[in-house]
Design a protein around this ligand. Structure first.
Ligand code: ADP
Length: 253
């Protein structure tokens, strides 16, 4: 008899549960929106004074020829940190915008071969450092040209940054069914398996990099992932410590 009663009550309980769940979801989403707005406002507000600080530091370094070596060194470090923080704020702004669905994508047919070659040339790496290997030509991807360029630059920069100067970074392009597949392969130090699932999280850096004072922000890959997914593409990574990494971006054709 008890079970029967339970069953009788079930629909109401389920409804109550669903209502409570929806209410929680609503609150969660409002909190999320608030957090996003906060990040975006703070980044925006901080960028202006920091740009000013950076400008003054640069002009002092350029104009003042009475600086002692330690003074110059100190100012150079300050300028480079200001510059890194400005980039980080810009990245945070981008992320907050994309996450809130406020980033506009201008999707068009992009001839991938030309765009990859153009991007690699634009980055001015030594000619034997980045090698482009196009296996299929004459097909386009549906993507946002500028955002895709940003994705490629980020991934190629990482591949160059995290591998030795005497190794080659390969950028491959092939077609797989409905997908245009771009791979960025390096023979660098690789990423430990335990870090692999997290490297696309904002601010995540593999231990060794986290302790380095200068360099990256740990935001690059989370932006890359957001941009790729915003273009209805997919991104994955394979890596073996000590052997290298392959980042694969697939875009609809
Ligand atoms: P960062 O600004 O630190 O480069 P990213 O978000 O671009 O931030 O990358 C996150 C972390 O993932 C890096 O700090 C680095 O530890 C690791 N990583 C990214 N790309 C590579 C790569 N090609 N080879 C080895 N490690 C990489």
């Amino acid at each position: 008899a008890d079970t029967h009663l339970e069953l009788d009550r079930a629909p109401t309980e389920v409804r109550d549960l669903a209502q409570a769940f929806n209410m929680m979801l609503g609150r969660l989403s409002a909190a999320w929106d608030q957090q996003r707005r906060f990040v975006s406002d703070v980044s925006h507000e901080l960028r202006t004074p920091l740009t000013l600080v950076h400008g003054y530091l640069q002009s002092t370094l350029r104009r003042c020829n009475t600086l002692s070596e330690p003074q110059r060194e100190g100012l150079e470090i300050a300028a480079s940190e200001a510059d890194r923080t400005i980039r980080m704020l810009q990245d945070l702004l981008d992320l907050a915008r994309a996450d809130g669905g406020h980033m506009r994508f201008h999707i068009e047919r992009v001839p991938l071969k030309d765009m990859i070659v153009e991007t690699v040339e634009m980055c001015l790496y030594p000619s034997d450092r980045v090698n482009v290997d196009i296996q299929a030509t004459g097909f386009d991807a549906r993507a946002d040209r500028n955002r895709l360029k940003q994705v490629l630059i980020n991934l190629i920069d990482n591949a160059v940054k995290y591998s030795e100067d005497d190794t080659v970074v390969k950028v491959r392009l092939k077609q797989e069914g409905e997908w245009a597949v771009i791979q960025i392969c390096d023979r660098g130090r690789g990423i430990p398996t335990t870090d692999l699932t997290q490297i696309f999280e904002p601010f995540y850096r593999v231990d060794e990099d986290r302790s380095r004072a200068t360099g990256g922000t740990g935001l690059g890959l989370s932006i890359v992932k957001t941009l790729v997914e915003g273009m209805r593409g997919k991104i994955k990574v394979q890596s073996k410590p000590g052997e290298g990494s392959i980042f694969t971006v697939s875009l609809p054709t």
